[in-house]
Write a protein that binds this ligand. Structure first.
Ligand code: C5P
Length: 302
Protein backbone atom coordinates (compact mmCIF):
# COMPACT_ATOMS: atom_id res chain seq x y z
CA UNK A 1 0.00 0.00 0.00
CA UNK A 2 1.33 3.45 -0.90
CA UNK A 3 2.32 5.42 2.17
CA UNK A 4 3.44 8.71 0.65
CA UNK A 5 2.83 11.07 -2.24
CA UNK A 6 4.84 14.02 -3.62
CA UNK A 7 3.02 16.72 -5.51
CA UNK A 8 3.89 20.06 -7.05
CA UNK A 9 1.43 22.89 -6.39
CA UNK A 10 1.48 25.90 -8.72
CA UNK A 11 1.09 29.60 -7.91
CA UNK A 12 -1.49 31.70 -9.76
CA UNK A 13 -1.62 35.22 -11.13
CA UNK A 14 -4.69 37.36 -11.81
CA UNK A 15 -4.81 38.52 -15.42
CA UNK A 16 -7.99 40.35 -14.41
CA UNK A 17 -9.61 41.23 -11.06
CA UNK A 18 -12.75 43.37 -10.95
CA UNK A 19 -14.75 43.92 -7.77
CA UNK A 20 -18.41 44.01 -8.75
CA UNK A 21 -20.23 44.07 -5.41
CA UNK A 22 -20.07 44.26 -1.61
CA UNK A 23 -21.57 41.10 -0.14
CA UNK A 24 -23.51 40.90 3.10
CA UNK A 25 -21.08 38.20 4.37
CA UNK A 26 -18.21 40.72 4.27
CA UNK A 27 -16.73 39.24 1.11
CA UNK A 28 -16.83 40.82 -2.35
CA UNK A 29 -18.34 39.65 -5.62
CA UNK A 30 -15.58 39.36 -8.16
CA UNK A 31 -14.91 38.74 -11.82
CA UNK A 32 -11.40 37.33 -12.16
CA UNK A 33 -9.32 35.62 -14.78
CA UNK A 34 -6.82 33.33 -13.11
CA UNK A 35 -3.76 31.66 -14.59
CA UNK A 36 -1.54 28.91 -13.12
CA UNK A 37 2.17 29.64 -13.45
CA UNK A 38 5.31 27.52 -13.26
CA UNK A 39 6.36 28.71 -9.81
CA UNK A 40 5.63 25.74 -7.58
CA UNK A 41 5.88 24.49 -4.02
CA UNK A 42 6.50 20.80 -3.44
CA UNK A 43 4.13 19.14 -0.99
CA UNK A 44 5.05 15.67 0.38
CA UNK A 45 2.37 13.84 2.37
CA UNK A 46 3.36 10.79 4.42
CA UNK A 47 1.05 8.54 6.41
CA UNK A 48 2.10 8.21 10.05
CA UNK A 49 1.05 5.82 12.83
CA UNK A 50 -0.98 8.30 14.88
CA UNK A 51 -3.96 10.57 14.09
CA UNK A 52 -1.83 13.69 14.29
CA UNK A 53 -1.34 16.21 11.49
CA UNK A 54 2.24 17.48 11.41
CA UNK A 55 3.34 20.35 9.18
CA UNK A 56 6.95 21.00 8.22
CA UNK A 57 8.07 23.87 5.97
CA UNK A 58 11.42 24.93 4.54
CA UNK A 59 10.47 28.60 5.02
CA UNK A 60 10.77 29.41 8.74
CA UNK A 61 8.30 32.30 8.39
CA UNK A 62 5.46 29.94 7.51
CA UNK A 63 3.45 29.01 10.64
CA UNK A 64 3.35 25.22 11.03
CA UNK A 65 0.43 25.23 13.48
CA UNK A 66 -3.33 24.92 13.07
CA UNK A 67 -3.48 28.28 11.27
CA UNK A 68 -1.66 26.82 8.24
CA UNK A 69 -4.11 26.24 5.34
CA UNK A 70 -2.49 22.87 4.63
CA UNK A 71 -3.24 21.83 8.23
CA UNK A 72 -6.83 23.09 7.89
CA UNK A 73 -7.31 21.12 4.65
CA UNK A 74 -6.05 17.91 6.29
CA UNK A 75 -8.22 18.49 9.39
CA UNK A 76 -11.31 19.08 7.23
CA UNK A 77 -10.71 15.82 5.35
CA UNK A 78 -10.16 13.93 8.63
CA UNK A 79 -13.45 15.27 10.01
CA UNK A 80 -15.36 14.01 6.95
CA UNK A 81 -13.39 10.77 6.46
CA UNK A 82 -12.55 9.53 9.98
CA UNK A 83 -10.83 6.46 8.50
CA UNK A 84 -7.98 8.74 7.40
CA UNK A 85 -5.10 8.45 9.80
CA UNK A 86 -2.50 11.02 10.68
CA UNK A 87 0.00 12.45 8.27
CA UNK A 88 3.14 14.50 7.99
CA UNK A 89 2.90 17.27 5.40
CA UNK A 90 6.30 18.63 4.33
CA UNK A 91 6.23 21.79 2.24
CA UNK A 92 9.25 22.86 0.19
CA UNK A 93 8.40 26.55 -0.25
CA UNK A 94 9.27 28.44 -3.39
CA UNK A 95 6.12 30.60 -3.69
CA UNK A 96 6.59 33.77 -1.60
CA UNK A 97 4.12 34.69 1.17
CA UNK A 98 1.87 37.76 1.17
CA UNK A 99 2.50 37.94 -2.56
CA UNK A 100 -0.94 37.65 -4.20
CA UNK A 101 0.22 34.37 -5.76
CA UNK A 102 -2.01 32.04 -3.66
CA UNK A 103 0.92 30.12 -2.16
CA UNK A 104 -0.99 29.01 0.95
CA UNK A 105 -4.05 28.13 -1.15
CA UNK A 106 -1.85 26.06 -3.50
CA UNK A 107 -0.53 24.05 -0.52
CA UNK A 108 -4.09 23.40 0.73
CA UNK A 109 -5.14 22.33 -2.79
CA UNK A 110 -2.26 19.84 -2.91
CA UNK A 111 -3.36 18.43 0.46
CA UNK A 112 -6.95 17.86 -0.78
CA UNK A 113 -5.72 16.17 -3.98
CA UNK A 114 -2.96 14.25 -2.15
CA UNK A 115 -5.29 12.84 0.53
CA UNK A 116 -7.82 11.81 -2.12
CA UNK A 117 -5.09 9.89 -3.95
CA UNK A 118 -3.20 8.51 -0.94
CA UNK A 119 -6.32 7.13 0.74
CA UNK A 120 -8.02 6.23 -2.56
CA UNK A 121 -11.16 8.21 -1.77
CA UNK A 122 -12.21 8.48 -5.43
CA UNK A 123 -13.43 12.09 -5.17
CA UNK A 124 -14.41 13.98 -8.31
CA UNK A 125 -12.87 17.34 -9.23
CA UNK A 126 -16.15 19.00 -8.29
CA UNK A 127 -16.20 17.32 -4.82
CA UNK A 128 -12.59 18.42 -4.26
CA UNK A 129 -13.51 21.98 -5.27
CA UNK A 130 -16.46 21.94 -2.83
CA UNK A 131 -14.12 21.04 0.05
CA UNK A 132 -11.64 23.66 -1.18
CA UNK A 133 -14.29 26.42 -1.21
CA UNK A 134 -14.98 25.81 2.49
CA UNK A 135 -11.44 26.96 3.31
CA UNK A 136 -10.73 29.84 0.97
CA UNK A 137 -11.93 31.65 -2.14
CA UNK A 138 -8.83 30.87 -4.26
CA UNK A 139 -8.43 27.21 -3.30
CA UNK A 140 -10.92 25.72 -5.82
CA UNK A 141 -8.92 27.34 -8.63
CA UNK A 142 -5.71 25.99 -7.09
CA UNK A 143 -7.26 22.49 -7.29
CA UNK A 144 -8.33 22.79 -10.94
CA UNK A 145 -5.71 25.18 -12.38
CA UNK A 146 -4.97 26.20 -15.95
CA UNK A 147 -6.82 29.30 -17.16
CA UNK A 148 -10.25 30.09 -15.69
CA UNK A 149 -12.90 32.74 -15.26
CA UNK A 150 -13.81 32.99 -11.57
CA UNK A 151 -16.93 34.68 -10.20
CA UNK A 152 -18.81 34.74 -6.89
CA UNK A 153 -16.19 35.05 -4.12
CA UNK A 154 -13.76 33.56 -6.63
CA UNK A 155 -14.91 29.99 -6.09
CA UNK A 156 -17.32 29.73 -9.07
CA UNK A 157 -15.10 28.59 -11.93
CA UNK A 158 -15.54 28.34 -15.69
CA UNK A 159 -12.54 26.87 -17.51
CA UNK A 160 -11.12 28.94 -20.38
CA UNK A 161 -9.02 27.70 -23.32
CA UNK A 162 -5.43 26.90 -22.26
CA UNK A 163 -2.97 29.74 -22.57
CA UNK A 164 0.10 27.83 -23.65
CA UNK A 165 3.62 29.21 -23.18
CA UNK A 166 2.59 32.67 -22.00
CA UNK A 167 5.94 34.14 -20.86
CA UNK A 168 5.89 36.04 -17.60
CA UNK A 169 8.29 38.00 -15.42
CA UNK A 170 7.19 37.70 -11.80
CA UNK A 171 8.54 40.36 -9.39
CA UNK A 172 8.06 40.26 -5.61
CA UNK A 173 9.32 43.11 -3.41
CA UNK A 174 11.00 41.21 -0.54
CA UNK A 175 10.04 43.59 2.24
CA UNK A 176 6.37 43.96 1.32
CA UNK A 177 3.78 41.30 2.25
CA UNK A 178 0.13 42.30 1.93
CA UNK A 179 -2.80 40.83 3.84
CA UNK A 180 -5.63 40.12 1.39
CA UNK A 181 -8.31 41.02 3.97
CA UNK A 182 -6.74 44.47 4.45
CA UNK A 183 -6.82 45.18 0.70
CA UNK A 184 -10.49 44.24 0.28
CA UNK A 185 -11.59 46.00 3.47
CA UNK A 186 -9.79 49.19 2.45
CA UNK A 187 -11.45 49.04 -0.97
CA UNK A 188 -14.82 48.84 0.79
CA UNK A 189 -14.05 51.57 3.36
CA UNK A 190 -12.96 53.95 0.61
CA UNK A 191 -16.20 53.18 -1.27
CA UNK A 192 -14.26 52.64 -4.48
CA UNK A 193 -17.03 50.52 -5.97
CA UNK A 194 -19.02 53.72 -6.51
CA UNK A 195 -16.29 55.07 -8.78
CA UNK A 196 -15.59 51.87 -10.71
CA UNK A 197 -13.12 52.43 -13.52
CA UNK A 198 -14.36 49.59 -15.68
CA UNK A 199 -18.10 49.26 -15.10
CA UNK A 200 -20.06 48.66 -18.32
CA UNK A 201 -16.84 48.45 -20.33
CA UNK A 202 -17.09 44.69 -20.82
CA UNK A 203 -13.34 44.42 -20.26
CA UNK A 204 -13.57 40.90 -18.86
CA UNK A 205 -15.38 39.70 -22.01
CA UNK A 206 -12.69 41.29 -24.14
CA UNK A 207 -9.91 39.51 -22.30
CA UNK A 208 -11.84 36.21 -22.45
CA UNK A 209 -12.15 36.74 -26.23
CA UNK A 210 -8.41 37.50 -26.45
CA UNK A 211 -7.63 34.24 -24.64
CA UNK A 212 -10.02 32.31 -26.89
CA UNK A 213 -8.50 33.84 -30.04
CA UNK A 214 -5.21 32.01 -29.31
CA UNK A 215 -2.24 32.30 -31.64
CA UNK A 216 0.69 34.67 -31.56
CA UNK A 217 -1.32 37.83 -31.10
CA UNK A 218 -3.06 36.62 -27.91
CA UNK A 219 -0.33 37.70 -25.45
CA UNK A 220 -0.30 41.19 -27.05
CA UNK A 221 -4.08 41.54 -26.74
CA UNK A 222 -4.11 40.17 -23.17
CA UNK A 223 -1.25 42.48 -22.18
CA UNK A 224 -3.31 45.53 -23.16
CA UNK A 225 -6.37 44.35 -21.21
CA UNK A 226 -4.80 43.44 -17.82
CA UNK A 227 -6.75 44.98 -14.94
CA UNK A 228 -6.80 44.78 -11.14
CA UNK A 229 -9.18 46.86 -8.96
CA UNK A 230 -7.02 46.22 -5.86
CA UNK A 231 -4.24 48.34 -7.39
CA UNK A 232 -6.48 51.30 -6.50
CA UNK A 233 -5.88 50.70 -2.77
CA UNK A 234 -2.49 49.01 -2.75
CA UNK A 235 -0.45 51.27 -5.07
CA UNK A 236 -1.18 54.55 -3.22
CA UNK A 237 -0.24 52.86 0.09
CA UNK A 238 2.92 51.18 -1.25
CA UNK A 239 4.66 53.53 -3.74
CA UNK A 240 7.47 50.96 -4.17
CA UNK A 241 4.97 48.64 -5.89
CA UNK A 242 3.78 51.43 -8.20
CA UNK A 243 7.41 52.22 -9.02
CA UNK A 244 8.12 48.55 -9.80
CA UNK A 245 5.13 48.41 -12.13
CA UNK A 246 6.26 51.56 -13.95
CA UNK A 247 9.76 50.13 -14.30
CA UNK A 248 8.30 47.01 -15.93
CA UNK A 249 6.13 49.12 -18.26
CA UNK A 250 9.28 51.00 -19.35
CA UNK A 251 10.81 47.70 -20.49
CA UNK A 252 8.90 47.04 -23.71
CA UNK A 253 6.79 44.36 -22.13
CA UNK A 254 3.28 43.57 -23.42
CA UNK A 255 1.64 44.72 -20.19
CA UNK A 256 2.25 44.73 -16.42
CA UNK A 257 -0.11 44.41 -13.45
CA UNK A 258 -0.21 43.64 -9.75
CA UNK A 259 -1.39 40.09 -8.98
CA UNK A 260 -4.27 39.66 -6.50
CA UNK A 261 -3.77 41.85 -3.45
CA UNK A 262 -0.02 42.14 -4.18
CA UNK A 263 2.76 42.68 -3.53
CA UNK A 264 3.76 40.78 -6.67
CA UNK A 265 3.76 42.64 -9.97
CA UNK A 266 4.09 40.65 -13.20
CA UNK A 267 4.82 41.52 -16.80
CA UNK A 268 3.92 39.62 -19.96
CA UNK A 269 6.93 39.31 -22.28
CA UNK A 270 6.92 38.64 -26.03
CA UNK A 271 9.47 35.83 -25.69
CA UNK A 272 11.93 34.23 -23.26
CA UNK A 273 14.96 36.31 -24.33
CA UNK A 274 13.09 39.56 -23.75
CA UNK A 275 11.77 38.20 -20.45
CA UNK A 276 15.32 37.53 -19.24
CA UNK A 277 16.32 41.08 -20.22
CA UNK A 278 13.34 42.54 -18.38
CA UNK A 279 14.18 40.40 -15.34
CA UNK A 280 17.76 41.70 -15.27
CA UNK A 281 16.57 45.29 -15.64
CA UNK A 282 14.27 45.16 -12.60
CA UNK A 283 16.09 42.72 -10.29
CA UNK A 284 17.61 44.37 -7.19
CA UNK A 285 18.56 43.16 -3.69
CA UNK A 286 15.01 44.09 -2.66
CA UNK A 287 13.12 42.45 -5.51
CA UNK A 288 12.98 38.71 -6.20
CA UNK A 289 12.38 37.96 -9.88
CA UNK A 290 11.37 34.77 -11.71
CA UNK A 291 10.89 34.17 -15.44
CA UNK A 292 8.17 31.55 -15.80
CA UNK A 293 5.64 30.19 -18.29
CA UNK A 294 1.93 29.60 -17.88
CA UNK A 295 0.79 26.08 -16.91
CA UNK A 296 -2.31 24.21 -18.09
CA UNK A 297 -2.86 22.65 -14.66
CA UNK A 298 -1.92 23.34 -11.06
CA UNK A 299 -1.24 20.06 -9.26
CA UNK A 300 1.06 17.38 -10.68
CA UNK A 301 3.48 14.66 -9.60
CA UNK A 302 6.73 16.04 -8.21
O1 C5P B 1 -11.39 33.47 1.08
P1 C5P B 1 -10.10 33.88 1.70
O2 C5P B 1 -9.97 33.42 3.13
O3 C5P B 1 -8.90 33.50 0.90
O4 C5P B 1 -10.11 35.46 1.72
C1 C5P B 1 -9.21 36.21 2.50
C2 C5P B 1 -9.83 37.56 2.78
O5 C5P B 1 -9.95 38.31 1.58
C3 C5P B 1 -11.23 37.48 3.34
O6 C5P B 1 -11.20 37.42 4.74
C4 C5P B 1 -11.87 38.76 2.86
O7 C5P B 1 -11.54 39.82 3.71
C5 C5P B 1 -11.17 39.03 1.54
N1 C5P B 1 -11.96 38.59 0.38
C6 C5P B 1 -13.07 39.33 0.00
N2 C5P B 1 -13.81 38.95 -1.08
C7 C5P B 1 -13.47 37.85 -1.80
C8 C5P B 1 -12.33 37.09 -1.43
C9 C5P B 1 -11.61 37.50 -0.34
O8 C5P B 1 -13.40 40.33 0.65
N3 C5P B 1 -14.19 37.52 -2.83
Amino acid sequence: MTSRISLKAAAKINLYLEITGNRADGYHDLVMILQSIDLCDRVDIRKIGTDEIQILCTNPEVPCDRSNLAYKAAALMQSVYPEIGGMEIAIDKKIPMGAGLAGGSANAAAVFVGIDRLWDLGLTQSQLCDFAAQLGSDIPFCVSGGTALATGRGEVLSPLPDLIDLVLVICKPRQIAIATAWAYQTFRKQELLATSQVKNQNLSSQIVAAIASGGESAPHKIGRLLYNDLERVVLPEYPAIAELKNKLLDQECLGAMMSGSGSTVFAIAPDLDRAQQIAEAVRTDDIDVWVVKSLVRSIFDA
